[in-house]
Design a protein around this ligand. Structure first.
Ligand code: PLP
Length: 440
């Protein structure tokens, strides 16, 4: 039997049985990875083995910015497969040099190097080590509302207590960032929030020792924690504190970077430049695992030949590099970042606001570009998070209607690929609206 005929013989049930034997270890955010069987995809769409189609409003953990199976990226990967598929990072390689240039071209002025990794967590691992090497200090401060990856230092930096193995988190200290409940239904004062959060951060730095902190690591726009767009002045205030105390500032752009917010990097919205930037996911839309660290000259001037950074065997893997080059070129040619900005501003943000006006269970709407979220509450008076049972029903209702959402806790993260059309965005909004109505 050829591979093709094996595939033809499969259906949703047989694939589910195979996957559920427990051989493949799977993990789920409160059940938010869905019991779906996915066979194929194209653009914003996914299909199962029985031909059911789903609008992918999750982008597979906010990853496929360019959409599924983009022919230009697939062709570039195929061409690279024919030429060379593995190369040690000690040898010069054309695809890697080209990818490094293209990634660096999106960084702010003052950045002169890029180190490639295999994903987001090891990008953060390496950025932390670079900050420690450059400052000669140990401690790392990161926000409570954050996710930085599942490896040693990255998970220790992660502020979400459900996942942090605290016993391994030595040298990592968490601070409060502003929590923006940017809802029209409550009065708020963004700038006050920023000032309060910055005062807290200063106290944390002083408590840890003003010459002890190597790095402040934060997501420019926290993603998994709820797509929390920072208030005016907050990131600039963090930058000022980092400068005052000689601390390296790392922006984690693994989820928010490379087009999702309607700018190449999320930091472009705020005019604040960190010392290190980590990236992954969107840089090649996850077609081949890749990530990396953009390094400013301020940090890289401390490096010498004996500095060693990890994940080396596959660092700059030719297939990942080919996918990065093709993804970034295609995003430029097809104005995909512009599309994310337009769809976000003209369709998703106003559409979600309308949904909020219709449904009492929507407490908050927020985001940038195709990086939006709605927060579900029991009712607007109490702002209590909507209970888990109702969230489960809501998720099932969306899937039943053909929408694959990214649900975390009491939030629906509205994160379609950056190539989503206005029509597809409206289809998705209509399913979210109908699903909310079905809760009553
Ligand atoms: N940083 C952020 C902001 C993320 O959202 C993620 C993954 O969701 C990571 C780091 C970890 O990336 P990876 O899963 O590629 O290790």
């Amino acid at each position: 039997m050829t591979t093709t005929s094996v595939h033809t013989a499969l259906n949703n049930q047989t694939v589910k049985q195979l996957d559920r034997k427990g051989v493949f270890y799977s993990w789920s955010v409160q059940g938010s990875l869905d019991p779906l069987v996915i066979k194929s995809g194209r653009g914003c769409w996914l299909w199962d083995y029985e031909g059911r189609e789903y609008l992918d409003f999750s982008s597979q953990l906010v990853n496929t910015n360019i959409g599924h199976q983009h022919p230009k990226v697939l062709n570039a990967i195929k061409a690279q497969v024919d030429e060379l598929t593995t190369i040690a990072p000690s040898h010069a390689n054309y695809a890697r040099g080209l990818a490094a240039e293209k990634v660096l071209a999106r960084a702010p002025a003052g950045f002169d190097k890029v180190f490639f990794t295999n994903g987001g967590a090891d990008a953060n691992e390496n950025a932390i080590r670079m900050a420690r090497a450059a400052t000669g200090r140990e401690k790392v401060l990161s926000a409570y509302r954050s996710y930085h990856g599942g490896t040693g230092s990255a998970i220790a930096a992660t502020g979400d207590f459900r996942r942090v193995p605290n016993e391994y988190a030595r040298g990592h200290v968490h601070f409060f960032s502003p929590y923006l409940y940017r809802s029209d239904f409550w009065a708020q004062n963004e700038e006050e929030e920023a000032v309060r959060a910055l005062q807290h951060l200063r106290r944390v730095i002083e408590a840890e020792g003003t010459t002890a902190v190597a790095a402040i690591l934060l997501e420019t726009v926290p993603g998994t924690a709820g797509i929390l767009v920072p208030p005016n002045g907050y990131l600039a205030g963090v930058r000022a504190l980092a400068d005052e105390f000689g601390i390296a500032l790392i922006f984690d752009e693994v989820m928010a970077g490379f087009g999702r917010t309607g700018e190449w990097l999320a930091l472009d919205h705020f005019g604040v430049t960190p010392d290190l930037i980590t990236f992954a996911k969107g840089v090649n839309s996850g077609y081949v695992p890749a990530g990396g660290v953009l390094i400013s000259e301020k940090i890289s001037r401390h490096f010498n030949d004996s500095m060693f950074f990890g994940g080396l065997t596959y660092s700059g893997h030719p297939l990942a590099m080919a996918a990065i080059c093709a993804t970034l070129d295609t995003m430029e040619e097809e104005d995909i970042v512009g599309n994310a900005a337009r769809i976000g501003a003209n369709v998703l943000a106003p559409g979600l606001k309308q949904i909020a006006e219709r449904h009492e269970n929507v407490g908050d709407v927020r985001g940038l570009g195709v990086f939006q979220a709605i927060e579900l509450v029991e009712d607007r008076a109490t702002r209590q998070p909507l209970n888990a049972k109702a969230m489960g029903q809501l998720k099932a209702a969306m899937i039943e209607r053909g929408l694959l959402p990214f649900v975390v806790a009491n939030r629906i993260h509205v994160v379609p690929p950056c190539v989503v059309t206005a029509h597809e965005a409206e289809q998705g909004l209509s399913i979210i609206n109908d699903s909310l109505a079905s809760l009553r």
